[in-house]
Design a protein around this ligand. Structure first.
Ligand code: AMP
Ligand code: ZN
Length: 480
């Protein structure tokens, strides 16, 4: 199937052709691990996961590298405040970040390198840049000599001349040109984490890490590179300048960027103080709800964070998973409904085409909801096995390609009930116990332990929860 991806280098949608047709080489700029991530960071993570999943579901192998920036001023500062080693601080938040990613239903990346473990590759790339005449050393600092790279600006379309006038001259006057950026900086004694290098003890500037990690794990030229739009300039422009000057060949064929998640009219950011962390949100609601909100809008459109988006997501997830339960329990009849079967087959193809068209989740979801609507209408009458199987194929495709359909529909529906209570401000301290009891009840009923099942029902009753057993062996519940 032809896959098209919007390429920010050319500012147009292009046919996506990996250099090696057998494997897509994909790099996404990952988070800086100095604190809990916010839901804006989650948008970037989930969009990279969408690319990974969709490309795989459309039949491509993907080598997906997403880094952790574990060497950074904010990490050094936070560790100093806590009186611990920066690595201990950064590793702690790598673990927290991994917990958030699992909660968001993300597939593991192929490799998740850190800056601290990539120091030999970073240092040798800087050495190559100096040797090739693109970088220079001043008092233990190494700078990239931007005007030497003639194609500077080709991604962000910044014009170097205006940049030269626009940037204030470096305070200590070490740079040759105002647009030059740092590749290596000397360690300050109080920072507590540094590496030996040909230019003395120090640590890398931010941009060089991604050029070095991409080359180490994917090679000199890659197929797809992703990050949020804020990274286009200077980060990605500088990655291109570094990689192409060191490697002497194109760095990346396709550059894809997700738009921002905004809070009201402002972008969500720590410095503005309007931050909702992934952890806080998923503890009150769920990872599935956050993922749904983040993918409900095309990745190249701005997304506004509102309470409406939460209730809309809850409604849509309920619609999908109520139907998933019906599909799982549907009893086929020996009838000929090939017109309807053909119609679902066609919807399946359309959903594939929509996702292959620059990862258009909203369009594919629209088609999928059409399949759901038809199934809900038809399930009250007679349906064939082929029809049920085709509908199942649609569910499985959307599960694998977008992560918006989940196995264990009943658990997802339970989470939605709790989320609704949080949204209406009536959540209680008992929610966790209720969820555990409902899970246990499913198991004891399946094993016909009716004594325990009755005890659980009584306890749920005390907690104000009514459970209704459905004829198809599922159960629905609500607070009284
Ligand atoms: P950082 O840890 O700040 O380097 O950000 C990690 C990733 O999250 C980058 O790809 C950023 O572009 C992205 N990002 C940060 N804030 C937002 C936001 N409010 N909306 C969307 N993406 C964001
Ligand atoms: Zn990067």
């Amino acid at each position: 199937m032809e896959i098209k991806v919007f390429n920010n280098l050319t500012r147009q949608k292009e046919i996506f052709k990996p250099i090696d047709p057998n494997i897509v080489l994909f790099y996404s700029c990952g988070p800086t691990t100095y604190n809990f991530l916010h839901v804006g960071n989650a948008r970037a993570l989930v969009v990279a996961d969408l690319f990974h999943r969709t490309l795989k579901s459309l039949g491509l192998n993907v080598k997906f590298v997403r880094n952790y920036t574990d060497v950074d001023d904010k990490i050094l500062e936070a560790a100093k405040q806590r009186g611990i080693h920066p690595k201990v601080h950064a590793d702690e938040f790598i673990r927290e970040c991994a917990i958030d990613m699992e909660c968001l239903g993300m597939l593991p990346a192929t490799v998740t390198p850190t800056v601290s473990e990539s120091m030999p590759e970073i240092i040798s790339m800087i050495e190559e840049l100096i040797k090739n005449g693109y970088a220079y050393v001043v008092n233990g600092e190494v700078y990239y000599d931007v005007p030497k790279f003639k194609e500077y600006g080709k991604l962000s379309k910044v014009v170097l001349e205006s940049l030269q006038h626009g940037i204030r001259v470096d305070v200590d006057g070490q740079k040759k040109n105002p647009s030059d950026f740092v590749l290596w900086k000397p360690a300050k004694p109080e920072e507590g984490w540094s590496w030996d290098s040909p230019w003395g003890k120090g640590r890398p500037g931010w941009h060089i890490e991604c050029s070095a990690m991409a080359r180490k794990h994917l090679g000199k030229t890659i197929d797809l590179h992703h990050g949020g739009v804020d990274l286009i300039f200077p980060h990605h422009e500088n990655e291109i300048a570094q990689s192409e000057a060191a490697n002497g060949c194109p760095f990346c064929h396709n550059w894809a960027h997700n738009e921002f998640l905004n809070f009201g009219s402002e972008k969500m950011s720590k410095s503005l103080g309007n931050v909702v962390t992934i952890r806080a949100f998923t503890e009150s609601f769920s990872g599935a709800i956050l993922r749904h909100i983040l993918l409900a809008v095309h990745y190249r459109s701005k997304l506004d964070w509102t309470e409406d988006s939460i209730s809309k997501a809850i409604g849509e997830i309920a619609r999908i998973h109520d139907c998933a339960l019906l599909v799982a329990n549907a009893i086929p009849k020996d009838i000929d409904d090939h017109t309807e079967v053909e119609s679902v087959k066609n919807s399946f193809k359309v959903m594939q085409e929509e996702l292959a068209n620059d990862f258009n989740v909203p369009a594919a979801m629209g088609t999928f909801f059409g399949v759901i609507k038809d199934f809900n209408r038809r399930v009250t009458g007679d349906i064939s096995k082929s029809y049920i199987d085709e509908v199942k194929k649609c569910f499985n495709f959307m599960r694998d390609a977008t992560g918006l359909v989940h196995d264990h529909a009943d658990t997802i529906l339970v989470e939605l009930n709790v989320a609704r209570k949080h949204l209406s401000g009536t959540s209680s301290d008992n929610d966790e116990e209720v969820l555990l009891l409902l899970e246990e009840r499913k198991v004891v009923r399946a094993t016909k332990n009716y004594k325990r099942s009755d005890e659980i029902r009584n306890r749920l009753n005390e907690l104000g929860v009514v459970v209704k057993d459905n004829p198809d062996a599922t159960a629905t519940w609500s607070y009284k």
